[in-house]
Design a protein around this ligand. Structure first.
Ligand code: URA
Ligand code: ZN
Length: 392
């Protein structure tokens, strides 16, 4: 199996049929609604973001139909996908509903994956679809309920991790109440896929109609940046060094801001005293998807990951990574994983290949300092290792 170079998509979403039906039953966002087009056709629309233009976005079978997912994969040469439910998950539900639905959706996703085709020419049986389960991360949920669902996910053989947003159970991911959860996830060896939904205060976007551009291009990555930084500052990675967190959209702006973060921590003795390492060190504990659409960005993110180990001392200085050259870029590539964000960002005109996918593949191919083995790793080898697919 190891000899085969697989293309593995770790950032690819679904609204499972049960979830899509649930969204159709709602008359406030998040919801799916039908409307009649000027030409008399009925179409479905998805309305999920805060302050979203009231027409939402078009939605169709590519969001819930497994055959559409497999067709998309075939069209782009994707061998394996690790599917996650799309935002906003169960965040908006009361605790009992969220708890029940989480259990049901995890079972649904397990069967979506376990009944998918296998890749036959490999020695081991590897499926084409694996998944990230869901937790009922909502206010007033009990720790027992959360741990019960972690246990459920860890027993479902095709679920390899958990997708979550940034709110935790209402107070963010640095909430002390989540400590038992991080411990249980680390113990179960599940990967957390941290994904944005809320963006940031939309008053920053001004009055011009820029559609979905500002919330998606900037709000999403800023949200991931803030949530991850709060996790770092709370000392979660010191207390749970085995916790594996995969950041959407290449970690947002955290790589660009990590030295500034380290400097701000350095100048704040209260925060500094909580951490065992320089803030830059923790970026080397994280995983990053390669959904950045540009070679320079991927190269930069891998540099920042690859230098992290040099910052293990809490009093490291900026020149700690001197002399690493392209070596850091090679080291960092081992924590970056190809993704597509399918079915979001579809081509506007009928086309065989999706531009959003081709751009991410070309970006990987064009990173200076990554040789064939680093590119193969980012395209799939890292995912096989991180998600234990060889022994799946
Ligand atoms: N828009 C979303 O709402 N979610 C994604 O994952 C991508 C785009
Ligand atoms: Zn996404």
């Amino acid at each position: 199996m190891a000899a085969r170079k697989l293309l593995v998509d770790i950032h690819t979403h679904v609204y499972l049929p049960r979830y899509a039906s649930f969204l159709r039953s709602r008359d406030v966002a998040p919801r799916i609604f039908s409307r009649t087009t000027p030409t008399g056709k009925t179409e479905e629309r998805l309305l999920i973001l805060d302050n979203e233009p009231s027409g939402g976005r078009p939605i169709g079978p590519q969001y819930w139909d497994r055959d559409e997912k497999l067709k998309f994969m075939d069209r782009h040469g994707i061998n394996v996908s690790i599917i996650s439910s799309a935002n906003p998950w169960l965040d908006f539900l009361p605790a009992p509903t969220a708890h029940k639905l989480a259990g049901e959706l995890n079972e649904d996703l397990e069967s979506y994956c376990s009944t998918s085709p296998s890749i036959s020419e490999t020695g081991t049986t590897i499926k084409r679809l694996y998944g990230f389960g869901l937790l009922p991360l909502v206010p007033n949920i009990s720790t027992t309920a959360l741990l019960e669902i972690v246990d459920q996910i860890s027993r479902l053989p095709h679920l390899k991790g958990i997708i979550m947003g940034t709110k935790g159970i209402g107070n963010g991911l640095d909430d002390d109440a989540l400590e038992p959860l991080w411990a249980a996830i680390a113990r179960a060896n599940l990967v957390v896929f941290l994904h944005p939904h809320y963006g940031v205060d939309s008053s920053a976007w001004g009055d011009k109609d820029n559609g979905h551009v500002l919330p998606l291009a900037l709000g999403f990555p800023f949200e991931t940046t803030t949530a991850t930084t709060r996790l770092i500052l709370s000392g979660v990675f010191d207390r749970h060094p085995d916790l594996r967190i995969l950041l959407a959209h290449s970690g947002g702006t955290l790589p660009q801001l990590s030295s500034r973060l380290a400097s701000c921590v350095d100048h704040d003795p209260v925060v500094a005293s909580r951490l065992q390492h320089d803030a830059r060190y923790y970026l080397g504990k994280l995983y990053f998807d390669a959904v950045a659409y540009g070679s320079e960005e991927l190269g930069f993110v891998s540099d920042v990951i690859g230098r992290a180990e040099r910052f293990s001392s809490p009093t490291a200085s900026a020149d700690a990574s001197k002399g690493l050259g392209f070596e850091k870029r090679v080291i960092g590539s081992s924590r970056m994983l190809f993704g597509t964000d399918h079915p979001f960002f579809p081509p506007l005109k009928e086309s065989d290949q999706w531009k959003s996918v081709v751009e991410n593949l070309e970006a990987i191919d064009g990173v200076d300092g990554w040789g064939d083995s680093e590119k193969d790793a980012v395209r799939g080898g890292n995912a096989v290792r991180v998600f234990g697919l060889e022994s799946a």
